[in-house]
Design a binder for this molecule. Structure first.
Ligand code: GLU
Length: 466
């Protein structure tokens, strides 16, 4: 059985790099009917992690990624880690080291002066004498003294590290707390993780973790180290580009399936296919196909995907999602036409909410530039005449009803369409943008249209009368 995990350190919110790692692990486990587990790496007690953990769980919930069992918290497992430290000490695979900080610093300086890589020199590895007084020892693990540490990375190929690059590293600090690489290896082994998919910033932790696996006789998992996501121009991803909180994408009006689709394509591909439903990802994703070079964040592509998923969402779902953006359409009598129109033209829910609000609400102010452009010459008169025609028209409902009325009006008045189009637009929205005029009038209805025309003419009268 394939068992994967996502193991965030809850030091802040979840960003998209983290979410992508989680997604890869999730897909690989689910594709193989395996298990996907969550482990919170909260051993660094100095930082408050409860809130960050909540943020991670919230993001998982939003994107609909479920995990198996309860999350495991490393902070609950100190006794367990300690028992493995004692076991390694008992078996002679780890030892107490009494080197003081000053001695360690001195050693490092000497090595640097000789242009050597700083590393612990193993001086307490076989120590049997009387330990120096007044020093709380650390515990170090015996790393191989010669040869190489070799492992197969599912993305990067064979990784070979010379034994002298891995020193006898600390597994327990002098206060007894276990160190990072030690607990990760123990947890992965005890949680039965078969496939570790993680960022390649961890590549050089892996040899250390392998030392722990081997000392404890645990079976090694498969490793996949995923190249990072780069920002524009190949630089580190900036906050603005996407290093921000995953939940900011929700607040900005992205659909979770668009974000997941976007993320799966950062580093993984299948031919030139861009759109992947969750089912398709589950059918095809394989971490061995992840690209060995870094991928690049492209915000336009995310917008494009989001527009695609918005367009293909049901009106009912959109109406309920838009409530988060202050637009309440579930019981609105013009819900269908409104959403049919705006889902075709908006790239985010936020944009959709703004445009819908603009149509539904009577303008509170009018853009002076739009007025200057739209209200030249006898524009007010034309608009007033259109108002009278609309008033005397019978019942109008559909956009086509309004469209015919506009066409008649243009013909009778012998004017170009813009002569009524522009003033009417400003009257209805306060500016020169917005959707099709006939659609807009059909949505707000005859009475509200007349009201807006009247309001605008009054505004013109009061502010622009010569
Ligand atoms: N806690 C580590 C991180 O957030 C991940 C460790 C791992 O995946 O092995 O980067």
């Amino acid at each position: 059985m394939v068992v994967t995990r996502f193991a965030p350190s809850p030091t802040g919110f979840l960003h998209i790099g983290g979410l992508r790692t989680a997604l890869f692990n999730y897909l690989w486990a689910r594709r193989n009917d395996g298990e996907f587990k969550l482990r919170i790496e909260d051993t660094d007690m100095s930082r408050n992690s409860a809130e960050a953990t909540r943020a991670i769980l919230e993001a998982f919930e939003w994107v609909g990624m479920d995990y198996d069992g309860e999350p495991i918290y490393q902070s609950d497992r100190f006794d367990l880690y300690r028992s493995y430290i004692i076991r390694l000490l008992d078996e002679g695979k780890a030892y107490y080291c009494y080197m003081s900080k000053e001695e360690l610093d001195r050693l490092r300086e000497e090595q640097m002066a000789r242009k050597e890589r700083p590393r612990y020199d193993g001086r307490y590895r076989d120590f049997t004498g009387e330990p120096p007084k007044g020093i709380e020892p650390v515990v170090r693990i015996k790393a191989p003294l010669e040869g190489e540490i070799v492992f197969e990375d599912g993305i990067k190929g064979t990784i070979t590290i010379s034994a002298d690059e891995v020193d006898d590293f600390i597994i327990a600090r002098s206060d007894g707390t276990p160190t990072y690489n030690f607990v990760v290896a123990i947890d992965d082994a005890l949680m039965g993780i078969t496939d570790v998919i993680r960022g390649d910033d961890h590549l050089y932790n892996t040899p250390k973790q392998i030392v722990v696996y081997e000392a404890l006789g645990f079976k090694l998992p498969k490793f996949y180290h995923v190249p990072m996501i780069l920002g524009e121009g190949g630089k580190k991803l900036s906050k603005r580009e996407g290093a921000a909180d995953v939940m900011d994408y929700k607040r900005a009006g992205y659909l979770p399936e668009a974000l997941l689709n976007f993320l799966v394509r950062l580093g993984w591909s299948r031919g030139d296919q861009e759109i992947f439903t969750m089912e398709e990802m589950l059918e095809h994703f394989d971490p061995s196909d992840i690209n060995a070079s870094a991928s690049q964040y492209n915000p336009d592509k995310l917008l494009w995907l989001n527009a695609h998923y918005i367009k293909n969402s049901s009106n009912e779902r959109l109406a309920s999602l838009l409530e988060d953006f202050g637009v309440y359409l579930l019981a609105h009598d013009k819900r269908e036409i409104l959403l049919d129109i705006f889902k075709e033209r908006c790239k985010t829910l936020k944009e959709m909410a703004e445009q819908i609000t603009e149509v539904l609400e009577t303008p509170k102010e009018y853009d002076a530039k739009a007025i200057k452009k739209a209200m030249k010459g006898d524009a007010s008169e034309i608009l007033a005449r259109f108002g009278r025609k609309l008033e005397s028209a019978g019942e109008l409902h559909l956009p086509t009803d309004y469209h015919s009325l506009l066409e008649d009006f243009v013909k009778e008045s012998q004017i170009g369409f813009g002569k009524i189009g522009m003033p009417l637009r400003v009257a209805l929205t306060g500016r020169l943008g917005g959707p099709d005029l006939s659609d807009m009038m059909s949505i707000i209805g005859k009475k509200e249209t007349l009201q807006r025309v009247e309001n605008f003419l009054r505004h013109m009268d009061m502010n622009y009368a010569s």
